[in-house]
Design a protein around this ligand. Structure first.
Ligand code: FPP
Length: 251
C-alpha cells in the first residue's frame, strides 16, 4: 500500500491491523479427531491457507506472515516431513500463478542455506516472480526459528564489527533488528495461534515484543474468514480499552 492511501478499515470502522502473523496449529489433531491420517490434516491446512490469504487481501491487511515449517519440525517422522515438503512444492507450483495474479508478493524468512536445492530454488522463484506486487505481502516462515534468526543477525553484525564497518557503540536494538530476515517490514500488530495452544514456540520472538496475541480454539484446517475476523475483532476490543487516551505502542 502506498503511504498516501488512507488506512484500510475493518467493517468501515477501524484501521485493520497492518501486519497479521499466524501460527497454523492443529492439523494433526483435526485429522485424529476424524480418524484420518495426519497428512489429510496438512492437506486441508493448505486449503485453509488459501482461504486465509484471500480473506487477508479482501480485508486490506498489508502483510500476512505464516509459520509454515519450523526448524524444530525436522524432528517429525521422515514420512510426515516428506509430506509437508511435497505440500510446499505443490503450493508453490500450483498456487504461485494465482498468488501472482492476485497481486500477492511472497517473501520467505528462515534458514535457506541447508535446504534441498529444489525447495530453495522454488522459494527463490516465488520471491523473484512476485517482487513487483503490492496488494498483500505473504511472508512464509519456512525452516524458521526465532532464536536462530536472532543468532544469524548477531553473527552478521559481529562480522561487520570485526571488519571495522560497525562501531561497538553502534550495536543497539534497532541496529540488531536491521540484520533480521525481513528488516524492512513492520512488526506484527496481531499474532494468532490456532488450536488452543498458548505459546509462541520460537516464532518471531524479537518482532512480537508489542504484538497482541490472540489464541483461538479452532484447529487450523477449519480456519476461515470468519475466524480471522473474530480474531481481528478481539484485537480491536483490546485496542479500544485504551479509549483513545493512549496511542498504540509498537512498531
Ligand atoms: C501444525 O499442525 C502445522 C504444521 C506443522 C505445518 C503447517 C502446514 C500447513 C498448514 C500446510 C503446509 C503449507 C505450506 C505452505 C507448507 P500440527 O501437525 O502441529 O498439528 P498437531 O499439533 O495437532 O499435531
Amino acid at each position: 500500500m502506498s503511504k498516501t492511501e488512507p488506512p484500510r478499515t475493518f467493517e468501515g470502522d477501524f484501521a485493520v491491523p497492518r501486519h497479521v502473523a499466524i501460527i497454523m496449529d492443529g492439523n494433526g489433531r483435526w485429522a485424529a479427531a476424524r480418524g484420518l491420517p495426519r497428512g489429510e490434516g496438512h492437506r486441508r491446512g493448505v486449503e485453509a491457507l488459501r482461504r486465509t490469504v484471500r480473506a487477508a487481501g479482501d480485508l486490506g491487511i498489508e502483510i500476512l506472515t505464516i509459520f509454515s515449517f519450523s526448524s524444530e519440525n525436522w524432528s517429525r517422522p521422515p514420512a510426515e516431513i516428506r509430506e509437508l515438503m511435497t505440500l510446499l512444492r505443490h503450493f508453490i507450483r500450483n498456487d504461485l500463478a494465482d498468488l501472482h495474479r492476485s497481486g500477492v508478493r511472497v517473501r520467505i524468512i528462515g534458514e535457506r542455506e541447508d535446504l534441498d536445492p529444489e525447495i530453495r530454488n522454488l522459494l527463490d522463484e516465488a520471491e523473484s516472480l512476485t517482487r513487483g506486487n503490492d496488494k498483500l505481502i505473504l511472508v512464509v516462515a519456512f525452516n524458521y526459528g526465532a532464536r536462530a534468526e536472532i543468532a544469524r543477525a548477531a553473527q552478521r553484525m559481529a562480522a561487520a564489527v570485526a571488519a571495522g564497518d560497525l562501531a561497538i557503540s553502534a550495536v543497539t536494538a534497532d541496529k540488531l533488528a536491521s540484520y533480521l530476515d525481513a528488516p524492512d517490514l513492520p512488526d506484527p500488530d496481531l499474532i494468532i495461534r490456532t488450536s488452543g495452544e498458548q505459546r509462541l514456540s520460537n516464532f518471531l520472538l524479537w518482532q512480537a515484543a508489542y504484538s497482541e496475541l490472540v489464541f483461538v480454539p479452532t484447529y487450523w484446517p477449519d480456519f476461515d474468514r470468519s475466524t480471522l475476523e473474530s480474531a481481528i475483532t478481539e484485537y480491536f476490543r483490546r485496542e479500544r480499552r485504551f479509549g483513545g487516551l493512549i496511542a498504540r505502542t509498537g512498531s
